[in-house]
Structures are given as C-alpha cells and as structure tokens.
Design a protein around this ligand. Sequence first.
Ligand code: FAD
Ligand code: UDP
Length: 382
Amino acid sequence: MDYQYVVVGCGFAGATAARILAEQGNHNILMIDKRSHLGGNSFDRINQHGIAIHQYGPHIFHTDNEEVYAFLSRFTKLNGYIHSVEAKCHDVLLPVPFNLVSIQRAFGPEKARILEEKLLQTYGENTKVSIFELMNCEDPLLKELGQFIYENIYYYYTAKQWGNPPDAVSPKVLQRVPVQVSRYSQYFSAKYQGLPEKGYTDVFEKLVHHPKINCALNTPFDKLFSLKDGKIYFRNKMFEGTILYTGSLDELFHYQFGVLPYRSMRFCFETYERPWYQEKGVINYTTSEKFTRITEFKHMTGQDNPYATTILKEYPTNFNLSSDLVPCYPIASPASQSLYEKYKDLLADYPQIHLAGRLAEYQYYDMDMVIYRAMQLAKSLL
Ligand code: FAD
Ligand code: UDP
C-alpha cells in the first residue's frame, strides 16, 4: 500500500492526528508504535485480578477546551469522576491543592480563622495563589503560612519527583498546583473532567478504527525507516510522504548530541483482597516515603469489585537508555532546552517530518493539550 502519511507513536498525539488526517484528508495512513499496545502513556488494562489499572500512572482527563472535549466526546463519555487528592503530611491528611480546609486541619479553628480572613482580604474568595506569591507576601502571617506549605507540601514531594529541591526546578512545575482560597477540594478546576467511561484503551481502539488507518505495533521507527542526507527511506525506497513524529527527538537522530533528560518512574502495583485500601483515588506522601503517591484505581474508574483492589506506588528516577524505563516527564532547564533545539535544527533538512506531543515537543503537556496540538498540526497539514 502507498502511504501519504506515517504517524510515529500511538499515544494521544499520534492517534488524534491520524484520525483527523484519515477523515478529512482521505489519505492512507500508516501508524507505528514500538510498544506492544496502543495508547502510549495513557494505556490502561484489566490486570490479572480483574481490576482496571493505568499502566503508566493515574490519568485523569481534564480540559476547558471545547474543541478538544467535542473531539474526545465522539469516542467516549467521561465517567463523572472528580479528582481530589489528600497529602499525607506527617500523620495528618490535608487536601491538596492546599486550601481553607487544609488550613483548618493543619492549624485548628482559632489560627485558621485568622489566616482565612487574611487570605480572603488579600486575594479574595475562590482565587488561586502560587506558592511563590504566598511566600513573598508582605503580611508576616501569610508569609509564614507560605513557608509552612512549602516545607510540608512541596519540598520533599518535589525533591522525590524531580531529584531536585523546588528551587532547582522550573517554577512553572509548582505553579501547576496553586494554593486555593476556597473550600473546594478538587484537584482540577476544569469544566470537563473524568475518565473515559470504558477506559482509555477503548478510546484508542476507536480512534484508530478507520479504513484509511493501518496500525503496526512492536514497530520502532528505525525498523522501517532511515534518514540520510535530507532524504527519508521507507524499507530502503525513497519516501515522499509526510511523517508525524510523536517520539523523543534525540532518539530519531540516534542520540548524536547526547540523551535528552527525562524523569521516569518505577510503577509498583500491589493488589489486596479487600474492598478498599485508602479513602481517596490519590494520596500524596509529602513528608515521608520514597514513593510520591499511592493511587487506588477503583475510586477513579468506579469499578465495583468487593473482593480486591489494586494500588500503585510511584518511585521517580532518572530516565536512561539501558533499562526498561519510559520517558515520563521532560525536565525543563536552559541546558535541556538548548540540547532539544540542537536536535530540532537537524529537522531543517527534513521538512517532511512534523512534531507533536509531549515527547516530540519536549513539553510538560497534559492529555488535553496534546490532543489540541495534534488537532492543530493535522489541520495545518490538510
Ligand atoms: P505518549 O503517550 O508518550 O506516546 C508516544 C508514543 O510514541 C509511545 O507509545 C511510544 O512508544 C511511541 N514512540 C516513541 N518513539 C518511537 C519510535 N522511535 N518508534 C515507534 N514508536 C515510538 N495527563 C493528563 O491530562 N492527566 C493526568 O492525570 C496525567 N497523568 C500523568 C501521569 C503520569 C505518571 C505521566 C507520566 C503522565 C501523565 N499525564 C497526564 C500526561 C499524559 O501521559 C501525556 O500528556 C500523554 O500521554 C502524551 O501523549 P503523547 O502521544 O504525546 O505521548
Ligand atoms: N507537587 C508537590 N506536592 C504535591 C503535589 C504536587 O510538591 O502534593 C509539585 C511537584 O513538584 C509536582 C508538581 O507540583 O511535580 C506538579 O504536580 P502535578 O500533580 O501536576 O504532577 P503530575 O500529576 O503531572 O505528576
């Protein structure tokens, strides 16, 4: 078969772009993925105990983007799960993002009342304040509150997650989880949130189920393609079509300038023969343990199974090529960005290759953003 488009990677970036190109461009598309399954890091499955799990960590869809939501809604409904998280902070459970309820639990009613009044006066009700803003606040009591939250919620968790304390991590990372001047204990404030009713893998099967899309798993790019002197070869014949690449850019160019740094994760699943393990879908461990968080999937999926429950502990570690780790989080720094740009410059010789997604763009994108970027790219190619 003659393919006009090749999409490398069957995660949200690849599957979204492929679907749009197939429907609107009426082109033959080959999708490949080196993994044995669809879905990239959003892949989920039923484990040997009959429990639905997310193989690469808990994935909660959330978006305010109407276009993205409308696209996803063609393939699934969301199950209505509203994500809320608590932090195990010493021996107390505190809602995260840190909010007025967390203040009550951490400080007791008297001090909480004073802090609450000050927060409401300074920032107003239902506002979000970054931890940095709070720590730099002029009011000494609020500044002290900021310091408390920094030390008890952000410091150790960030050090585990990134292998570095917060001051060595891009401020944007901590700004993803601002302090909330409200009593709403929701992790995300997006208009649409939840998990796909029948899971993510079901969505991916539907996305790629199209007469114009052929999907080959267990197929790394290098198995079929090679790049030489500005030309692309597909099974040793020159390829004139377009490639949408959603993998890591250093891999495409055989790591010739070195390996792009990523934070990775060891995912350790445990199953217990009892209905529940913990009160919430996710508990963050912000002052103890080597893992960052424990996820109990049944809270999120809504699966009804009184006999067993599966949990996941996430142990962060640096990504390297010599293990079975997958790249999870791009590490934002001037050095990593300039290495990425060096690889990107090589693409000037290959205008047929386009990039989309968390790995290919080397950006800390959530799923909705990845879908959006892929939609934009596919439309621009049409
Ligand atoms: P990926 O899902 O990584 O897919 C890329 C695919 O390309 C992979 O399947 C890979 O095997 C394949 N590939 C790469 N290189 C090659 C090659 N050379 N040849 C062939 N195939 C190749 N987002 C949210 O919105 N909500 C969440 O709650 C959330 N939780 C997360 C939790 C964790 C632990 C992690 C790591 C991420 C989380 N995310 C979450 C982010 C989400 O996983 C990503 O936004 C999304 O998966 C990115 O999709 P993608 O298609 O860009 O990349
Ligand atoms: N974070 C933290 N303590 C928490 C939750 C988050 O320090 O209890 C910091 C940490 O640096 C983390 C970042 O905020 O990497 C972003 O958190 P988010 O929940 O968005 O991370 P993800 O779900 O993408 O791993």
